[in-house]
Write a protein that binds this ligand. Structure first.
Ligand code: 5AD
Length: 353
């Protein structure tokens, strides 16, 4: 697909034409990754963050959330819960928390692998190459690092480096993660202030260029305790005529286009989408290209503290309730639950060569 084609899909408003986009994405999903939906158990192990991303509720400068970091034994308990609920993968996510030390994390990964055999996906932000290698050697299989926007100027404007640190290029980090041996995942937010239609089209083209194994995208959801949290922050697209406007279709257009450019990728219908459209978001995502759901298994007492955006879906549920709802929704759609690790067919095929 050319950049112009991607852009015109992003800006398409004709409901009949959009139906053809949803259909194409759904067909490609079925052909490439089948009717199986994989569940990934998500555990948010720390909301401590050294960064000050302008949109994120757990940014260092936000003094409102109490900060927590789960112990290795709490993480292991969550892994065992995921295993008992039938999951094949644990996704370990956190703020950019350097108090989460590399060797401690490596030790947790070793224990999770030994005691549960789950596939381990890490989403711990920008770390040193040595840390990434140590975690891979400890047994981690996948790494998620959203590049957030392919517009470098916009990226740097809303992701200032931590004090005393150099800005890094996430696309380069993703390439080095792949070299280490990880399955790599990335993604963007749709509708961030300052993002043009051209930028978002380039984001989708970047998914293809990186040939991602996993693609996670969601709408930008303003958090009131952040610099981009003001009412109408859409308009703070500095008066740009070309500012992306977030409407009810946009998050699904991004999912559908991701499926079109990376047919074999694992694509979740994200929590941000479920928060944006609590009634239908998750199901619409699964009907328009997605094949993965990531139920939040974080212990209930920590959930409220991991508020990257407001009213996050499943905010105060028990992990078991979150799980059961996901299973019901998948069954309602007539899709089957995945078993095992659910490695991306893209990764498996590449591994054959
Ligand atoms: N709205 C939507 N998505 C957000 N994220 C962080 N803050 C917000 C927000 N306010 C996304 C980022 C990050 C992922 C974990 O959550 O894309 O990579």
């Amino acid at each position: 697909m050319t950049l112009d084609e991607i852009r015109s899909w992003l800006q398409e408003n004709d409901p009949q034409k959009l139906e053809t986009l949803w259909k194409q994405a759904d067909t490609l999903r079925r052909k490439n990754v089948g009717n199986v939906v994989f569940l990934r158990g998500l555990v948010e192990i720390s909301n401590i963050c050294r960064r000050n991303c302008l949109y994120c509720g757990i940014r260092a400068a936000n003094s409102k959330p109490d900060r927590y970091r789960m112990s290795t034994s709490e993480i292991l308990d969550t892994a065992k819960l995921a295993k008992n609920l039938g999951y094949g993968t644990l996704v370990i996510q956190s703020g950019e928390d350097l108090t989460c030390q590399a060797d401690e994390m490596a030790d947790a990964i070793v224990q999770i692998k030994r005691e549960t055999g789950l596939a381990v996906t890490l989403s711990l932000g920008e770390r040193s190459e040595a840390d990434y290698k140590a975690w891979f050697e400890a047994g981690a299989n996948r790494y998620l690092l959203r590049f957030e926007t392919s517009n470098e100027k916009l990226f740097h404007a809303i992701h200032p480096p931590a004090p005393g640190e150099q800005a890094r290029n996430r696309v380069e980090i993703l390439k080095s993660l792949r070299k280490i041996g990880y399955e790599i995942g990335s993604g963007v937010m749709a509708g961030i202030p300052g993002q043009t239609w051209e930028d978002l089209a380039r984001d989708v083209a970047m998914f293809a260029e990186l040939d991602l194994d996993m693609i996670g995208c969601g709408p930008f959801l303003p958090h009131p305790d952040t610099p981009l949290g003001g009412v109408g922050s859409q308009e703070s697209g500095v008066g740009m005529a070309d500012q992306v406007i977030l409407d009810e279709h946009l998050p699904f257009k991004v999912i559908a286009l991701a499926r079109l450019v990376c047919p074999k990728a694992n694509i979740p219908t994200t929590t941000a989408i479920a928060t944006f459209d609590p009634k239908h978001g998750r199901l619409l995502g699964l009907s328009r290209g997605a094949n993965v759901v990531m139920p939040n298994l974080t212990p209930t007492k920590y959930r409220k503290m991991y508020e990257i955006y407001p009213n996050k879906a499943a905010g105060s549920e028990l992990p078991e309730e979150t799980h059961e709802r996901a299973v019901r929704q998948i069954e309602e759609l007539g899709r089957t639950l995945g078993k095992g690790p659910g490695t991306s067919p893209r990764f498996l095929q590449k591994a054959v060569y």
